[in-house]
Design a protein around this ligand. Structure first.
Ligand code: GLN
Length: 309
């Protein structure tokens, strides 16, 4: 059995030395200040062992990784009827693309592109004020991570609200088709805030454990979702979790994963481990450049690809 902690250190050392880091997202001004030299990696193995490298205890903006948790919550609230509001196919387009939405009459392709995540947020909001919906999302993530110190970075939320014209366009467009039921401002406000949740790699890796272990946290024995639901969320992460870079991620890493423009990726090795990596520089699809390379190294050395060794 290869030594997980040793491998994690070797990968963190290699990533610290590399100078191909990609570009930090600047369209959310607050994210532009993040140091591109940061790198963190945390792996929680099936037996609960934690392996950490680099800046794995610094909080970063999880951004679209929050969409895994909002999807889980919305499925809990709406069950399979959620799929009347959002599809399950890879988009092959940028995460904030608007073109497809018109052709498909306001029904987003999948829950991980921005339009799809806005529809999911709308489901969580139904009947509740934004503050309550947001409280529910934060409580769920804290519960999954078993850590009450997870917080919302208000400056990131404000920064995105001030510049989120594209998301506002997507939301208004969906509202015109009747796909959103709550006021557009409520949906956007809740969405910007859940994207602005800050977590460390360690917290995120812990929060993803239920996806690696058939819906339950193996430490507490607590069941968060059914095994079938966990399997399906993983399938969506594999096919849609990296937008138009999802094929490349599956090809190179071979694990379900969800990225965010803050440079984080949550990846799941079913039955083996939950993994979080953070490197703020992005590739042209808006996914962490070194994060993906680090996961490729880790999956190869641990023989964790779901497609075989
Ligand atoms: N909050 C970001 C946005 O809406 C999330 C995008 C992402 O992480 N890919 O643009």
């Amino acid at each position: 059995m290869p030594d997980l902690q040793e491998i994690v250190h070797e990968i963190a050392d290699e990533m610290a030395r590399r100078d191909d880091r990609g570009d930090v997202a600047t369209y959310i001004p607050e994210l532009a200040h993040v140091d591109p030299a940061r790198f963190g990696l945390a792996v929680v193995a099936a037996d609960g062992t934690l392996a950490c490298g680099g800046d794995c205890d610094l909080p970063f903006s999880i951004q679209s990784i929050s969409k895994v948790f909002t999807l889980t919550l919305a499925l809990g609230l709406a069950g399979d009827s959620l799929w009347r509001r959002v599809g399950r196919e890879p988009s092959g387009n940028a995460f904030n693309s608007i073109v497809q939405l018109e052709l498909e009459k306001g029904v987003p392709r999948n829950p991980f592109i921005n339009a799809g995540a806005l529809a999911v947020t709308d489901v969580i909001l139904s009947g509740h004020p934004p503050r309550e919906a947001l409280g529910e999302i934060l409580r769920f993530i804290r519960f999954a991570a078993q850590d009450d110190s997870v917080f919302i970075d208000e400056s990131v939320a404000r920064s995105e609200k001030a510049t989120g014209f594209r998301n506002a366009a997507l939301a208004n467009f969906m509202k015109s088709f009747g796909v959103l039921r709550n006021p557009v401002d409520f949906v956007l406000g809740t969405y910007f805030h859940h994207c602005a949740i800050a977590m460390t790699c360690e917290q995120l890796a812990r929060a993803g454990r239920f996806l690696a272990h058939s819906g339950r946290n193996p430490d507490t024995g607590c069941s968060i979702v059914s095994a079938e639901r966990a399997r399906r969320i993983n399938a969506l992460m594999l096919t849609c979790g990296h937008y138009d870079g999802s094929g490349e991620f599956a090809y190179r890493v071979g694990l379900p994963g969800k990225s965010g423009v803050g440079g984080g990726i949550l990846a799941v090795a079913p039955g083996q481990a939950s993994i979080a990596v953070w490197s703020p520089g992005l590739d042209e699809s808006g996914n962490s450049h070194l994060g993906r390379i680090a996961l490729e190294r880790l999956a190869r050395r641990m023989k964790w690809s779901i497609f075989g060794q």
